[in-house]
Design a protein around this ligand. Structure first.
Ligand code: HGY
Ligand code: MN
Ligand code: MN
Length: 411
């Protein structure tokens, strides 16, 4: 099996086709979790799983599984591949989809080659990895790993006021399987790096050995609406200015940090949102990340202290709501070494690295040995339609996934 390679045309064609599905009137990719656009992508994926002769299973949180098993190995803990196909707003076509379709491609290639795995091989597409509509992110894999109950997750209220469970029912993906209805023997996720490291160092494969901690909060600042023309600066309780001070504080502190801390305010809204009215309310989200748990806690503590001082000085009230909090994760060294071995066997340069982005692998690592394979992202760009990885690099990564999956499934 060692000289087996994937069907590159089939993989590349499917990546492009899936990338064309779920676009809005402006042509933006918006396959946001449990939306009609998400359903279009889900339906196409299920079609490909069926075409490959896999058993398709959907669990209560809408995770989709394509299962390859036979009488001889049924019931054995499977090797699981996968990622997600939900997207952010105005997304690229590789984030998540590449890992799901390459996982399917690896199974199809092994099947066609007459490979007889000693255990089932499963490809998964986890619900709501991005967390754009419903918090937290990596929700489907978190539920599958038992990190939060299915009922609690299904009750999640979206940024549009929708309820996740109702939306999954509406799009036909409120499955019957209990999350965690099987326990994987191992999990390997192939993903575009979404960062600049591999390209900058001209390295083909990332053997991801750990993933940084993530802290998401929604902050609401209450001030007082007033006339923009008649209210002296000294008499204002301006929620907008207070929010701006928080944004600057976070950026300055993260930029000055000696650790690889990152801080992002990705959403912000003012009320009443009128040109000549001092904002009475500002609502925004804070995304803090650091590979070291202690440093991440220090960032969070510093923010709390800053908000307390700001509330007093600006005459506003400030409320913070936790949206997601995941500690840093270390992946399975045996699988990481396997990835390095496969890269070497394929004549590809490889380096161990940390994932800056969150991934389903960080949740599945709670219940099974897990690791990730990265391929370079052009310009390190992601969560942006300019996200790109050349075809030969996509194929190279998929062949590493194939090799690792075959080795794990032979155990
Ligand atoms: O936020 C993340 O890192 C991932 O894309 N959900
Ligand atoms: Mn992703
Ligand atoms: Mn993403």
């Amino acid at each position: 099996m060692s000289n087996l390679t994937i069907n590159a045309d089939r993989l590349l064609r499917r990546i492009q086709e899936l990338g064309s599905l779920g676009r809005d009137a402006q042509g933006r990719l918006v396959r946001v979790a449990a939306s009609d656009m998400d359903r279009i992508g889900r339906d196409r994926l299920v079609g490909w799983l069926e075409e490959t002769g896999l058993e398709v299973a959907v669990d209560r949180i809408g995770n989709i599984f394509g299962i390859w098993q036979d009488d001889a190995n049924a019931g054995q803990p499977p090797v699981m591949l996968g990622s997600h196909i939900d997207s952010v707003i105005d997304a690229g076509i590789y984030d998540g989809c590449y890992g799901v379709l390459a996982g399917l491609e690896a199974i199809a290639t092994l099947k066609e080659a007459g490979f007889e795995p000693s255990r089932p091989i499963v490809v998964a597409a986890f619900t709501n990895e991005e967390g754009v509509r419903y918090s937290p992110d990596m929700m489907g894999s978190l539920v599958f790993a038992g990190g939060v109950g299915a009922d609690e997750a299904l009750a999640a209220v979206g940024t549009d006021g929708s309820i996740l469970g109702k939306e999954l029912e509406r799009i036909g993906y409120a499955g019957r399987h209990q999350p965690g209805f099987f326990k994987p023997q191992a999990y390997v996720e192939l993903h575009v790096e979404q960062g600049p490291v591999l390209e900058r160092e001209a390295i083909a494969i990332g053997a991801v050995e750990n993933l940084q901690g993530i802290s998401w909060q929604r902050i609401t600042i209450e001030g007082e609406a007033n006339h923009a023309g008649t209210t002296p600066m000294s008499m204002r309780r301006d929620a907008g200015v207070a929010a701006a001070r928080v944004v600057s504080f976070l950026a300055d502190r993260a930029s000055a940090s000696p650790t690889p801390t990152v801080a992002t305010v990705g959403t912000i809204a003012f009320e009443p949102n009128a040109v000549n009215v001092i904002p009475s309310r500002a609502t925004f989200t804070v995304d803090l990340r650091d590979p070291d748990e202690m440093h991440l806690r220090e960032q969070e503590t510093a923010l709390v202290a800053f908000l307390d001082k700001l509330a007093a000085s600006a005459g506003v009230t400030i409320h913070a709501e936790r949206l997601a909090r995941f500690e840093p994760v270390t992946f399975d060294t045996r699988i990481v070494s396997l990835i390095e071995d496969c890269a070497r066997a394929n004549g590809l340069s490889c380096r161990r690295m940390t994932s800056g982005a969150g991934h389903d692998a960080q949740m599945i690592a709670r219940i099974a040995p897990s690791a990730m394979i990265f391929v370079p992202s052009r310009g390190g760009i992601s969560h942006n339609p300019a996200e790109f990885t050349p075809a030969d690099e996509l194929v190279a990564g998929a062949n590493i996934l194939l090799g690792v999956a075959a080795r794990l499934a032979a155990d």
